[in-house]
Design a binder for this molecule. Structure first.
Ligand code: IFM
Length: 447
C-alpha cells in the first residue's frame, strides 16, 4: 500500500444550496421562488416534500459552522437566495436577507473558513417567472442587478464567487425534460434559457470587474462523460455529440466565445435554433478567473435512432450504482478534467460538487456510510491522477455538507456527510464525515 499527497494549500470543503437547506421560506421578507411554487404543485416532488423547513439552516448558522469547523473544512460553498435579497426579483432590496448572509460569512471567516458564494442555484423569484422567467431577456439585467447588490454588500469578505450553478439543469432539465422548476417540456424554450443564462453570466462577470470587486469569479457547469459503446462510427459520433451537448455547450461559449458547431447543426436538424443577438457571444466570453466543475456520473452510449433527441441510448448496465441509480464512474471524472485542460487550457479548477446518494439509518447513534467513503475515495484518487497529469486543480468540495432537499426527490435521496433527522433536525456526522476529516487534516490518502 502507498499514499497520494495533495498540495498543502488545496482547498478542501463542502457545498450546499439555499433552497435545499435553509427553510424559513416565508420569513424576514423572503419572496417566493419557482421552487416554492413547483414543490407545492401536486405530482412534481416525491412525497409532496417542500423546502419550507429543509435543514432549517436559516436558524442554525452556528450549528452548521461548527460542523464545518470540526470537519476542518477550509472552504464552504453555499448559495444566496435571490428572493431573500430582492423578493420580487427587481426593485426593493430586503435588508434582512443581506444581513443573514453577512452573518453567515462573518461566522465562517471568524472560524477560518473561506466563503465560496454561488449567486444562482436555481431559486428564481416567482414574479420573474410570471413574466417569462429566463426565457425573457429582461431577466438577464434583473440578475446582474441582484448580483451587484450582493457584490457590494459582501465585497472584501467573500473572495470566491460563482455566477451560475449547473446551467444544463437550469435549461435542459428544467425546460425540456421538465423534471425541475419551472417544469416546461419545450426544447426551444430550453435553448433560449441556456443562451440567456450564459449572457447573464457574462454580464455579471463584466459588472464584477467594472465595480472593482475584490477576489475571483467563475462559474460552475455540471459535467458528465460518455464513452462510445463500441468502435462503430455511429457510436463514436453519438458519444461525441452527447459530450458536446452536455459539456461543450456550456463551456465553449464562456471560454471560446462560440457554441460547438456540430451541436448547433444537430439541433437545427431537429428544428431548434440558438437565438444570438449582436454582441451576445462577446459578452458571454468574458475572461473568468477559474472554473467550478461539478461531476457525478457517466456511462457508455450508443447510436439509437429515435430514442431521444440525440438519437442515443445510454448503456448503464454493468456499473456499480449509488442509491440514486447513478453509475459510479470515477474514470470519467479524470477524463473530463484532462479533456477540459486540453481543450481550454490550464485554467484553475475547483471541484465545486462531487458526492453520492446513499441511504443509511442511524443505528446506536452512528450513521455508517462506508459506500460513500468508497465513492469519495475513488473520486479523490481520480482527482489526484488529474492533478498529476497537469490539471490546474485548486480545491474539492463534497456535495453535500448535510442531507437535504434533493429537488424532485424531496428528502428521499441523502447526499450528506452529516445525517439530518428531518423530524427533529438533529445533525449527526456520518462515518464519511470522519473519513473526510482525516483526508483534510493529512492531505493524503492511502491507495
Ligand atoms: O443536489 C444537487 C445539487 O443541487 C446540484 N448538483 C447535483 C446535486 C445532486 O443531485
Amino acid at each position: 500500500m502507498g499514499t497520494i499527497q495533495f498540495p498543502k494549500d488545496f482547498l478542501w470543503g463542502t457545498a450546499t444550496a439555499a433552497y435545499q437547506i435553509e427553510g424559513a421560506y416565508n420569513e424576514d421578507g423572503r419572496g417566493l421562488s419557482i421552487w416554492d411554487t413547483f414543490s407545492k404543485t401536486p405530482g412534481k416532488v416525491l412525497f409532496g416534500h417542500t423546502g419550507d423547513v429543509a435543514c432549517d439552516s436559516y436558524h442554525r448558522i452556528d450549528d452548521d459552522v461548527r460542523l464545518l469547523k470540526e470537519l476542518g473544512a477550509r472552504v464552504y460553498r453555499f448559495s444566496i437566495a435571490w428572493p431573500r435579497i430582492i423578493p420580487q426579483g427587481t426593485g426593493a432590496v430586503n435588508e434582512a436577507g443581506l444581513a443573514y448572509y453577512e452573518e453567515l460569512v462573518d461566522k465562517l471567516l471568524a472560524n477560518g473558513i473561506e466563503p465560496f458564494v454561488t449567486l444562482y442555484h436555481w431559486d428564481l423569484p416567482q414574479t420573474l417567472q410570471d413574466q417569462g422567467g429566463w426565457e425573457n431577456r429582461s431577466t438577464i439585467d434583473a440578475f446582474v442587478n441582484y448580483s451587484e447588490v450582493v457584490f457590494n454588500r459582501l465585497n472584501g469578505k467573500v473572495k470566491k464567487w460563482l455566477t451560475l450553478n449547473e446551467p444544463w439543469c437550469i435549461s435542459i432539465l428544467s425546460n425540456y425534460i421538465g423534471a425541475h422548476a419551472p417544469g416546461k417540456q419545450d426544447m426551444q424554450a430550453a435553448l433560449d434559457v441556456a443562451h440567456h443564462i450564459l449572457v447573464a453570466h457574462g454580464k455579471t462577470v463584466k459588472r464584477f470587474r467594472e465595480l472593482g470587486i475584490e477576489g475571483e469569479i467563475g462559474y460552475a457547469p455540471n459535467t458528465e462523460w460518455r464513452e462510445p459503446y463500441s468502435s462503430n462510427e455511429d457510436d463514436i459520433r453519438t458519444a461525441l455529440l452527447r459530450n458536446a451537448s452536455f459539456n461543450q455547450w456550456f463551456l465553449s461559449p464562456v471560454l471560446k466565445g462560440e457554441y460547438p458547431q456540430e451541436v448547433v447543426e444537430w439541433y437545427a436538424s431537429k428544428g431548434f435554433n440558438v437565438k444570438i443577438e449582436a454582441g451576445d457571444m462577446e459578452i458571454i466570453n468574458q475572461p473568468i478567473d477559474f472554473l467550478g466543475i461539478n461531476y457525478y456520473t457517466g456511462s457508455l452510449v450508443r447510436y439509437a435512432p429515435g430514442n431521444d433527441i440525440y438519437d442515443s441510448q445510454e448503456i448503464s448496465s454493468g456499473y456499480e450504482k449509488t442509491d440514486f441509480d447513478w453509475n459510479i464512474y470515477a474514470e470519467g471524472f479524470y477524463r473530463v478534467l484532462t479533456w477540459i485542460t486540453s481543450e481550454y487550457g490550464a485554467l484553475p479548477i475547483y471541484i465545486t460538487e462531487n458526492g453520492a446518494c446513499y441511504e443509511a439509518d442511524k443505528v446506536d447513534g452512528k450513521v455508517r456510510d462506508n459506500n460513500r467513503i468508497q465513492f469519495l475515495h475513488k473520486h479523490v484518487l481520480a482527482l489526484h491522477r488529474a492533478l498529476e497529469s497537469g490539471v490546474n486543480l485548486k480545491g474539492y468540495m463534497v456535495w453535500s455538507l448535510m442531507d437535504n432537499f434533493e429537488w424532485a426527490f424531496g428528502y428521499s435521496k441523502p447526499f450528506g456527510l452529516v445525517h439530518i433527522d428531518f423530524d427533529t433536525l438533529e445533525r449527526t456526522p456520518k462515518s464519511s464525515y470522519y473519513w473526510y476529516k482525516n483526508v483534510i487534516a493529512s492531505g493524503w490518502l492511502e491507495v
